[in-house]
Ligand binder design. Structure first.
Ligand code: SF4
Length: 323
């Protein structure tokens, strides 16, 4: 690991200013992803800004019946929170499907939003990777790409977003709140927070230099069955090959409203509103899958993800209509 400067600011504004002023600075909270990347020298920050003491660890009801989740709320605490379990169960399920108990005790809401891809070549500094080293190439396109994207990829990068939590937040129409070094605040809808790779896969989110995540806000809950189904290579401590976060309303065995987001398929959580409309209109999971998978492309080792997505969605819809 390379030497770095360590800072522990007392306020959100101080943290944002430090991040803006210092070249190659990184925020650290749980460190469950960043420290691994530093040990491999994939990340080599000159300054680490420890945000653990900032007052961002509360879960609070909002005036409109929603929920505001502080950036530093630990994944384990969020999964166990009574309102999350009752009103946003898909989020609780997604969090509990991720990582291990020890990691969930450390990992934070903001850190989970920002976790980096698990592309093998991103972690292997002997291989070309446009995300790690822009312009160097992409070893995954012609290499082993079992865990890579089948939607929204580019010639520059076919990596996926590894988070389970992000998929549930996308289905729940969450908003990411931020603060900037000049004191301004922003609310970024989840559908705009993560980017597709395009020609700049190293730019993964809409965050600007120095901007710090302060909270995630969930709107008033919608009624329906909440399901997070994760397909993976082993029963725990594994990333999704395909996952579905669903909130499905049903009456007499018929789907009356649907929200569907998918993980393991793209550089960001994947949601296609036309798929939700197709599911409500036809009641057929395959009609929704056709809309979700429009334009899907495999790269060899990951071709299986396309039929697997369809089958996983069928299983979720079957579970909902039998409930
Ligand atoms: Fe790097 Fe993206 Fe290619 Fe993986 S898929 S090697 S992260 S550029």
């Amino acid at each position: 690991m390379k030497a770095f400067t360590y800072e522990r600011p007392a306020t959100v504004l101080d943290a944002a200013r430090l991040a803006a002023e210092r070249p190659n600075a990184k925020f650290i909270a749980g460190g469950t992803n960043l420290l691994d990347l530093m040990k491999l020298q994939v990340e080599t920050p000159a300054t680490l800004i420890d945000v653990n003491r900032l007052p961002l660890d509360k879960v609070e009801d909002t005036a409109d019946g929603g929920l505001r989740i502080g950036a530093l709320v630990r994944n384990a605490d969020l999964a166990a929170h009574p309102r999350v379990r009752r009103d946003y169960a898909v989020l609780s399920q997604a969090l509990l499907a991720g990582a291990s108990g020890q990691l969930r005790n450390k990992a934070t809401t903001a850190g989970n939003l920002l976790q980096r891809t698990r592309c093998y070549y991103f972690y292997d500094t002997s291989k070309p990777c446009n995300k790690r080293e822009p312009g160097s190439g992409c070893a995954a396109v012609g290499g082993f790409n079992r865990i890579m994207a089948v939607l929204g990829a580019s010639d520059a990068c076919i990596a996926t977003n590894p988070s389970d939590m992000n998929v549930a937040l996308r289905a729940l129409d969450a908003t990411v709140e931020t603060a900037s070094p000049n004191g301004a605040t922003r609310a970024i809808p989840m559908d705009r927070f993560h980017r597709l790779p395009g020609d700049t896969p190293q730019v993964e989110t809409d965050l600007q230099r120095g901007e710090i995540i302060t909270a995630v806000t969930l709107p008033k809950p919608v009624a329906g069955l909440h399901v997070y189904r994760k397909v993976r290579d082993r029963a725990s401590y594994a990333f999704a090959t395909v996952s579905v976060a669903a909130v499905l309303g049903q009456m007499n065995g018929r789907i009356t409203q649907a929200r569907l987001a998918f993980g393991g398929l793209a550089h960001r959580p994947w949601r296609v509103e036309a798929a939700e409309e197709a599911l409500v209109r036809t009641g057929q999971a395959d009609a929704a899958a056709d809309a979700v998978l429009a334009g899907a492309r495999g790269y060899g080792s990951n071709d299986f993800k396309i039929p697997l997505t369809r089958r996983t969605l069928r299983a979720v819809v079957t579970e909902a209509t039998r409930a």
